[in-house]
Each structure stands twice: as C-alpha cells, then as structure tokens.
Design a protein around this ligand. Structure first.
Ligand code: FEO
Length: 395
C-alpha cells in the first residue's frame, strides 16, 4: 500500500491499527499509530526512514511494487530508533551498497542495533544532497528526542521531514491534518509532547528558533508517526513553542491510590474545597491504580498544580503512586506547584515521602501536606475541604 503525498512524494509506510502499547509497555497508543516512510522521486530517488521490524517484510515487498529497489539512490535515516529503522536489515539485504545518510550518532546507533557495516554517509546541519533540480538539506536535532535525531528539508517543494517531532500516535487512512477530527489529533499531539518531549523543552525552543531563522518556506511537515501537516503546518510548530515554554492551563489534578477508600474520600473533599475557593479552576481526579499512566502524565503536563495522595503501607507508599512519582521525576516538569495527602492507621509516613519526592522532582511543595488517621469523619472531611481551599489560594 502506498499513498500520494505530492506528485513526487509517495508515502510507503505502515499504518498500525492494532498497536496499543509502544516502547515496550511504556506508552499507551489508544488510537494505534503509523510508521511513516517516504519515497521521493526526482532525477535521483531517495527513501526517508523505514518501519518497525515486525512489518519489515511487508514494507520491503510493498516498496518493491512501488519502485525497483535497485533504483533507490539514497536512503535517509532521520532517526535510528527501532520503529523507524527496524526494516533496515531486510531492506539492506536487497540493496547492501545503497548509501545511508544519517548523523554521526545515527551511524553509531544503527551499528549498535544491527551490527552491520552498511554504506553510511555522515551528514551535519547545512549539508545538502542533490536530487537533481532539488536538494535535501539536513538539520541535526540532537535530543529531539535521541542524540541522533535529524530533520531534512526538500527544497522546491518546501517539505520538512521531521521524523518524531510534530508527530502523534494516531492511525488514520486520511493522512492529512485537515482530514481528521481536530480534537482527537491535538489530544494525541499534546500527549506525545507531554510524555516524550517534556524533558527536552529547552532544546525544542532552541531548535525551532534556529530553523525559523533559516526563513525557509514551509508547505508541509511530513512526520514519522500519524498525519502529515499540510493545512497551516506552522500551527503545530507554534503549539510546540507554547508547550515547550512551561505550559500550563488553569487546572489542578489530584492523583491518588487508596486501600479502603479513606484516601479517595480525602481526594474528593480536597477537590470540593478547591472548587469552593475558586470556581474557575478545572479540578480533575484520577485513581492511579485505574488510570492509564500516559493519560495521567498528559493531565499533569496541562496542570498548574497537582496533589498526590497515598495511604501509608509498611512505612511507605502504594506502588502506583511510587510509579508515577518515578515517571515525573524523569520528565523534569517546571513551574508547577504540588501538595501531598493521605490517610494512615499508625505510622503515617506516606505524606512526607510523597512531599519529598515531589520536591526532588522540581515541584514547588509549599506546605507539609495533609494526613489523617483512619476513615475521615465529618470533622476530618471539613479539614480536607479547608486544605483544598488553602491550596487553591496557593495556586
Ligand atoms: Fe518514533 Fe523515537 O522513534
């Protein structure tokens, strides 16, 4: 299967309708995904990226229907991660001498993954590859999101092949951004940014400003996952600049786990207190044991403040709470306030532990949190509502 992007650009990737977990079990893909590969047919023929390994044979067989593989002059590896390079061993079995253009780190990673000494050609920002009357211009984009990541830009057509950047895990036959449900599209875009790119936000801003500084016309952004931006492609670039700049909405998210519902009751009462104090703020509650981790991270990304609750167990905290705290530590959120709460029976360490971990992860923890014994009675519920009101005042 292939689809026409432009008269000289053919999409030759794979739509993965069944995918529900990505990066092993690390990322939920409720709407599937796609691995986008593009074939540019000019006087010279270039293939940009491939697909994930399980689809390698299918990919190469389809590609061979599109073009005699021996006629591919250049292969561009914008990114060495397995979802884009997985079909290389199968493809290179047919055309072992065809040059692969990639960054220095790209060659290193491809060698590390596949242990083959293919015909690598190392490129840097500003290097050009002539396809005849048009050129591919390479732009290194290290840590967006791997050390090897790279974009390339096709002159004449003004198409940016951005690989992971500006992409989304969103399977669609419709292919273009103006042909899909906008709410679904942007939900997958923000989830992708929140879960994958948050730690690299300073680099996102620097790289986008650098590319904008080239003053290149931009007609289309061909990503490596999901849809292609052809209608106002700059809109997703502007969104990235907004998201990279310590993004937040007027939202407080309350995350908790509970054993016998006491901490859940605390969460609900604190939420009521926040709502009482500030009728404008959006308050959302999630039981961490019952909610998809990546959806929770997206909500944290959108929040100006979070509250995290756990009962105490064996002098510690519940495992689903510990897991999300570990995740957010790595994501390096900035400019967000936080608080902790939880019920306990006797030792009661959970609130202190959660507060410490939030502070270590860069959240502004401005109070000691709220801990209560056993099941909250009416007086304790009032204490929770008052804590919620004070927290609303802080944020
Ligand atoms: Fe889509 Fe970083 O791989």
């Amino acid at each position: 299967m292939s689809m026409t992007v432009k008269s000289n650009i053919q999409w030759v990737g794979k739509i993965d309708w069944e995918l529900r977990r990505f990066h092993g079990d690390e990322y939920s893909t409720h709407k599937g995904s796609s691995y986008n590969s593009y074939l540019i047919k000019e006087e010279k023929i270039a293939l940009i990226d491939t697909v994930w390994g399980p689809y390698a044979k299918e990919f190469v067989a389809n590609l061979a229907k599109e073009i005699d593989l021996g006629k591919i002059d250049y292969i561009i590896a914008n990114h060495a991660e397995s979802d884009h390079s997985g079909a290389f061993p199968e493809l290179m079995r047919h055309i072992p001498q065809t040059p692969i253009y990639c960054t220095k780190n790209g060659a290193k990673i491809l060698k590390g993954l596949y242990h083959q000494d293919w015909n690598f050609r190392i490129v840097k920002t500003g290097d050009k590859l002539s396809l005849g009357s048009k050129e591919l211009v390479f732009i290194e984009a290290p840590m967006l999101h791997w050390p090897d990541s790279m974009f390339c830009y096709l002159t004449g057509d003004a198409v940016l092949f951005s690989n992971d950047a500006f992409g989304q895990h969103f399977a669609s036959e419709s292919m273009f951004n103006d042909r899909v449900d906008q709410a679904e599209l942007f939900q997958e875009c923000i989830k992708y940014y929140a879960n994958i790119l948050t730690p690299f936000s300073p680099m996102v801003i620097r790289k986008i400003k650098e590319v904008l500084g080239f003053n290149l016309p931009l007609d289309m952004i061909c990503t490596s996952h999901g849809i292609i931006w052809r209608d106002k492609p700059a809109q997703i670039v502007e969104k990235y600049l907004e998201w990279a700049d310590n993004y937040q909405e007027n939202q407080v998210t309350i995350l908790y786990d509970t054993m016998w519902n006491s901490t859940r009751v605390m969460a609900e009462q604190i939420a009521a207190g926040i709502g009482e104090a500030d009728g404008e703020v959006t308050v959302k509650l999630y039981n961490l044991a019952k909610t998809d981790k990546n959806d929770v991270i997206t909500e944290i990304f959108k929040s100006k403040a979070i509250l995290v609750g756990s009962p105490t167990i064996n002098n510690g905290i519940l495992v689903h709470v510990a897991a999300i705290l570990e995740e957010i530590k790595g994501l390096k959120f900035k400019n967000k306030k936080a608080g902790a709460f939880g019920s306990y029976g006797w030792s009661g360490e959970s609130v202190k532990i959660v507060s410490q971990r939030l502070a270590e992860s860069g959240f502004e923890v401005g109070d000691e949190g709220l801990r209560l014994t056993w099941s909250p009675d009416e007086a304790s519920r009032q204490t929770c509502r008052e804590y919620g009101m004070r927290f609303a005042g802080r944020v």
